[in-house]
Design a protein around this ligand. Structure first.
Ligand SMILES: CCCCC/C=C/C(=O)SCCNC(=O)CCNC(=O)[C@H](O)C(C)(C)COP(=O)(O)OP(=O)(O)OC[C@H]1O[C@@H](n2cnc3c(N)ncnc32)[C@H](O)[C@@H]1OP(=O)(O)O
Ligand SMILES: NC(=O)C1=CN([C@@H]2O[C@H](COP(=O)(O)OP(=O)(O)OC[C@H]3O[C@@H](n4cnc5c(N)ncnc54)[C@H](OP(=O)(O)O)[C@@H]3O)[C@@H](O)[C@H]2O)C=CC1
Length: 298
């Protein structure tokens, strides 16, 4: 396994190259996987790992041009791919997407709730609509998708697997991201409630939390926040950021036959960054100052 050649500690080893897989080829042959937000970033990386292992895909999000481009890219990996334009905040449209998926492929066996909304903002500057927009997409949208998936599997008496993509500030709170942190805490709680409710019916519900995994599709707001630090690798205990494919590998494991007894669990793939503490705490800098904003109401 190659390590970075440095004079100091080496950090965690690099992952295997793109295209590698720990699971046997064809693990998801005959399986349908629905990924929300599967047209960009981490959702696309997760979808790609399922496709490499033989899955058919349904990718769902709002912007049709990005969905179409991703559909072609993912189809090149093997399986059949359907792109469905959908705002997950609309429960009626969510039901239509499941209808379309069933017609094209059959009922999805795996649902990856990856779509979310987020931007950094001090809470005192956040409008009610900004709060609603993030919580609606991140928490309510995840529930509408999961509810539709669960109801259809219960009616059909078939097993299934749900993976909710979260964020580590579900445990810690997220100063500057209060809306997203509250919504992700709700998403984590849903995992724990539904795993118990639906375990008897053969439906697994797990959470999957990425650490810092930069990619080209990041929104300007999130990219801008990231770019406040130029030395991103050095700021991680792993001495490197995560690669999107590392999230994809974890997702395929959680949905695979080898994880059948894992449910109600949230797996963090972040090189221990969220447990980081300094021996001496750094000076407090307010969220306003970090975002370069002047005093409130002046
Ligand atoms: C670096 C740490 C990362 C932490 C881990 C988590 C990461 C993530 O979650 S990354 C996922 C990020 N991806 C996305 O957010 C993709 C989808 N995002 C969007 O569609 C937009 O960015 C959206 C969140 C703004 C939602 O779009 P839409 O529903 O179309 O909403 P509007 O544009 O109409 O805005 C609604 C409301 O929010 C206010 N607002 C938007 N951006 C900001 C901002 N940067 N600061 C403050 N307020 C913002 C906007 O003004 C609207 O409010 P009102 O003006 O009161 O109507
Ligand atoms: N990248 C990172 O370092 C981290 C990411 N995460 C989490 O990982 C997941 C993916 O993030 P990432 O790939 O970085 O971000 P992206 O911005 O690339 O992905 C978000 C996706 O969600 C879709 N989406 C947003 N709102 C809606 C909506 N209302 N209805 C349907 N689809 C929607 C977007 O598509 P469209 O706009 O076309 O609808 C987009 O494809 C998120 O859950 C995020 O919270 C957590 C921690 C760190």
């Amino acid at each position: 396994m190659p390590r970075r050649a440095v004079d100091g500690p080496p950090g965690l080893p690099s992952p295997p190259p793109p295209g590698a897989s720990a699971l046997p080829p064809g693990t998801f042959a005959g399986t349908v996987v629905l990924v929300t937000g599967g047209g960009t970033g981490l959702g696309k990386a997760v979808a790609a790992e399922f496709a490499r292992l033989g899955a058919d895909l349904v990718i769902a999000s709002r912007k049709e041009d990005r969905l179409a481009a991703a559909r072609d890219e993912l189809a090149a990996l093997g399986g059949r791919v359907t792109a469905a334009a959908c705002d997950i905040r609309d429960p009626l449209r969510v039901a239509e997407v499941f209808d379309a998926a069933e017609e094209a492929h059959g009922l999805p066996d795996v649902l990856v709730n990856n779509a979310a909304a987020n931007f950094p903002v001090p809470s005192e500057d956040m409008s009610p609509n900004a709060w609603r927009s993030v919580v609606d997409a991140t928490l309510n949208g995840t529930f509408y998708m999961t509810r539709e998936f669960g109801r259809r599997h219960l009616a059909a008496r078939t097993p299934g697997s749900v993976i909710n993509v979260g964020a580590s500030y579900a445990w810690t709170g997220g100063p500057g991201f209060a809306h997203s942190a509250a919504a992700k805490a709700g998403v984590k709680s849903l995992v724990e409630s539904l795993a118990v409710e639906w375990g008897p019916y053969g439906i697994q519900v797990n959470g999957l939390v990425p650490g810092l995994m930069p990619h080209d599709d990041m929104t300007e707001d999130i990219r801008g926040n990231l770019d406040r630090a130029h030395d991103k690798d050095a700021r991680q205990p792993a001495l490197r950021v995560g690669r999107p494919r590392e999230l994809g590998w974890a997702a395929t494991f959680l949905a695979s036959p080898y994880a059948r007894f894992i449910t109600g669990h949230t797996l963090v793939v972040d090189g221990a960054n969220w447990q980081r503490r300094a021996l001496v705490s750094p000076p407090v800098v307010t969220v306003r100052e970090q975002l370069g904003r002047g005093p409130f109401a002046e």
